[in-house]
Structures are given as structure tokens and as C-alpha cells.
Write a protein that binds this ligand. Structure first.
Ligand code: C5P
Length: 224
């Protein structure tokens, strides 16, 4: 018999980058491939969960059994997350959300101007999607990601507190062959356990295996 420990659990996951328009043909974005978020969605669905995946623009097929919602900007991702989070047990924010967007995207294509060698863009802060979910009265169990290049545990613990998360998956993006765009990843998992924090180190492994370990750990905490 197939083991389905996530049967009956409703999961919402954000994945991939966001795109913030500057004008009709240009945008601000980042190098997130969406692989980790899609691997989490695939793993949760394979374990029996009902999975809704909110994805920024990525070049990945929808995992089997997953319901997908495509968005572009952080504001669209925020709106979709708020709409879906009310009816889920577990929310995982894996998206690399752009921190800022153009205050007023140009209506027409921006033009180079004779004699002007600089261009100033005024950016405004995007909503913090996961912090907004964690601030809800009907909050689900909230898992966030922390991509750091140093002091992994310190920053991860800080993120747990500041965004009021239940669990943080921290990875060191400076390690060669791991993280952004790669197929493998390693992570330090931290979660709240009463007044203390539990933690486990997950060694470098394919993102799909790491994703399953993360989902299993979150399920174990959810059940407590
Ligand atoms: O603040 P920082 O970007 O380092 O935090 C990363 C975590 O917060 C990830 O879980 C990411 O998906 C989430 N996040 C978000 N909305 C933002 C920025 C980050 O949900 N605007």
C-alpha cells in the first residue's frame, strides 16, 4: 500500500520569481527557477495532500495532482495567497518575491534621451506575502525560506521571529552547485517548539528528496 501521511492536509505553496513591470516591455526580476517550490508541491501531492501552487513565471511543468495558479507580480502573488490561505493547513512561501516594484510603471516604452546618461527609477516596497499570512487570525502552519550567504542559523532564527513563522528552511546560496537554479540543495531546518527551537540539518541532496524531508517535518509539527 502507498503511504499517504498528508491525506486530508491542504497545502498552499508560492514558487518562482515575481516580475515587476517597468514599462510595457521591461521588468525587474531575479534568477529563481522555481525548482524548489515545484519539488515541494510534487512531494506534498505524492504524500497525499491537496496542493495549490501559486507560481511566478517559470519554465516548469505542473507536478501531477497539483492545482496551479500562475501570477506575475508580487501584488498578484499576494492577492492569490490571501485568497487561498484561508482554507489551508500548511502555507509554504518558497517564492523569491521582488522586494521592490516601480512606483509608477511607464505607460509607454521608456526611451533613451539625447544627452542623458542616467535614468532614475523610483521603487516602492512590495507586500511581504508570508508575513501577511502569518499575521492572519486564522493562520495556517507557516513555513518560510531563507537564502543566505553567511551566518545561516542566526539569520534563520531572526526570520522565524520577525515574520512570525513556524518553520524556516535556510540554505546557504554561496555553496557551489546548490541553491538557485541547481537541482541539488542542502538546508538547515528550524522550527518553534514551545519556547525553544528544534533544528535538523539536511545534507546536500536532490531538491525532490529535500522537499519530501521538509514536508514530512512540517507534517510532524502540524500533528503535534
Ligand atoms: O525577507 P526574505 O526575502 O529574506 O524572506 C524570505 C522568505 O519570505 C521566503 O519564504 C519568501 O518566500 C518570503 N517573502 C514573501 N514576500 C516578500 C519577501 C519574502 O513572502 N515580499
Amino acid at each position: 500500500p502507498v503511504e499517504r501521511p498528508a491525506e486530508g492536509v491542504r497545502v498552499v505553496i508560492t514558487a518562482g520569481p515575481t516580475r515587476e513591470p517597468l514599462d510595457p516591455v521591461r521588468y525587474l526580476s531575479n534568477h529563481s527557477s522555481g525548482k524548489m517550490g515545484f519539488a515541494l508541491a510534487a512531494a506534498a501531492a505524492a504524500l497525499g495532500a491537496r496542493v495549490q501552487l501559486i507560481s511566478g513565471p517559470v519554465a516548469l511543468p505542473t507536478p501531477a495532482g497539483v492545482e496551479r495558479f500562475d501570477v506575475e507580480s508580487a501584488q498578484e502573488m499576494h492577492d492569490a495567497a490571501q485568497r487561498l490561505a484561508g482554507e489551508c493547513d500548511l502555507f509554504i512561501g518558497c517564492a523569491a518575491v521582488a522586494d521592490f516594484r516601480a512606483e509608477t510603471p511607464a505607460e509607454h516604452k521608456l526611451k533613451k534621451r539625447e544627452g542623458e546618461d542616467t535614468l532614475t527609477l523610483r521603487l516602492v516596497k512590495n507586500p511581504d506575502i508570508i508575513a501577511a499570512i502569518a499575521a492572519r487570525a486564522d493562520r495556517p502552519y507557516v513555513v518560510g525560506f531563507a537564502a543566505e550567504t553567511r551566518d545561516l542559523a542566526t539569520y534563520a532564527r531572526d526570520k522565524l521571529e520577525r515574520k512570525r513563522l513556524d518553520m524556516v528552511v535556510a540554505n546557504d546560496v554561496s555553496r557551489a552547485g546548490l541553491g538557485f537554479g541547481a537541482d541539488d540543495n542542502a538546508a538547515l531546518l528550524l522550527w518553534r517548539e514551545g519556547d525553544t527551537t528544534g533544528q535538523v540539518e539536511l545534507p546536500p541532496q536532490p531538491k525532490i528528496a529535500l522537499a519530501e524531508a521538509v514536508i514530512r517535518q512540517a507534517l510532524a509539527q502540524l500533528a503535534d
